[in-house]
Design a protein around this ligand. Structure first.
Ligand code: ADE
Length: 240
């Protein structure tokens, strides 16, 4: 996968994306990340990229020219790649979730446009296939949001996670929160691992895990359960 990032602060990406699992994906050439500072493409003599909003109001807006010109340059650099998805980071966008991460992971090319200041000139949004928000709060810019989305996406790419980390049983990919898990010792300071997990009975263990995941989701995130279609067995487990 190729990921292009347009940002006024490229250094923000240099540490985090080169550590741990995402760093290894880059090393293994499963991922290629290019960060472009769109200030470099500003035709303004001072390399400005923002200006006051027409009609008045507080703050500055990113202007279209530097971002349009950067996108045109990247398009010619990436002529052999599909255009893929172009994601504008914006607190007013669609909330990011696991399903969106899964759909990003099916692409071979993603472009993230990170805003700063008060917002974007609306015309910049015509470049995007998606406007996405990390959550209902305002960050100083889109960079941290892009990094979170890249992290959640890259770990889903084939070959990125080893067996040790594995993705399919993740919270959210099943639609439920994850069931409780335990490692050795079986008794830690009097806190015991549930007997069923030591039983070796795989059917009972699977049933217990499903039930605990359902219970936990009902307790902590009932909104997730509402979105799911529970089968008869799930309803019986919840009623126990
Ligand atoms: N830029 C500022 N706040 C943001 C948010 N919550 N999500 C995405 N981009 C942002």
């Amino acid at each position: 996968m190729k990921i292009d990032i347009l940002s006024l602060f490229p250094d923000m990406f240099s540490g985090p994306l080169h550590q741990s699992i995402v760093g290894k994906a880059i090393e293994d050439q499963l991922l290629d990340v290019q960060v472009t500072n769109f200030r470099d493409y500003s035709t303004n003599k001072h390399h400005n990229v923002d200006d006051y909003p027409y009609g008045g109001g507080a703050g500055m807006l990113l202007q279209p020219q530097p971002i349009f010109d950067t996108m045109a340059e990247l398009e010619s650099q990436n002529a052999d790649l599909p255009k893929g998805r172009v994601i504008i980071l914006d607190p007013g966008g669609q909330p990011f979730d696991q399903h969106l991460a899964e759909s990003f992971a099916r692409e071979s090319h993603l472009t993230f446009i990170c805003g700063h200041y008060e917002g974007y000139d609306e015309r910049i949004k015509t470049l995007a296939t998606d406007e996405v928000s990390l959550g209902d709060y305002v960050l100083t810019g889109g960079e941290l949001a892009a990094m979170v989305m890249i992290d959640a996406t890259v770990r889903l790419l084939p070959g990125v996670l080893g067996n040790k980390e594995s993705a399919p049983g993740d919270s959210f990919s099943t639609g439920l929160l994850e069931y409780p898990q335990y490692s050795r010792p079986a008794d830690f300071r009097g806190m015991k691992v549930p007997d069923v997990l030591l039983s070796g009975n795989h059917q009972l263990i699977a049933q217990w895990r499903r039930k605990e995941a359902l219970k936990r989701t009902l307790l902590k995130r009932p909104d997730l359960l509402k979105k799911m279609r529970l089968n008869q067995e799930d309803l019986e487990l919840l009623a126990e």
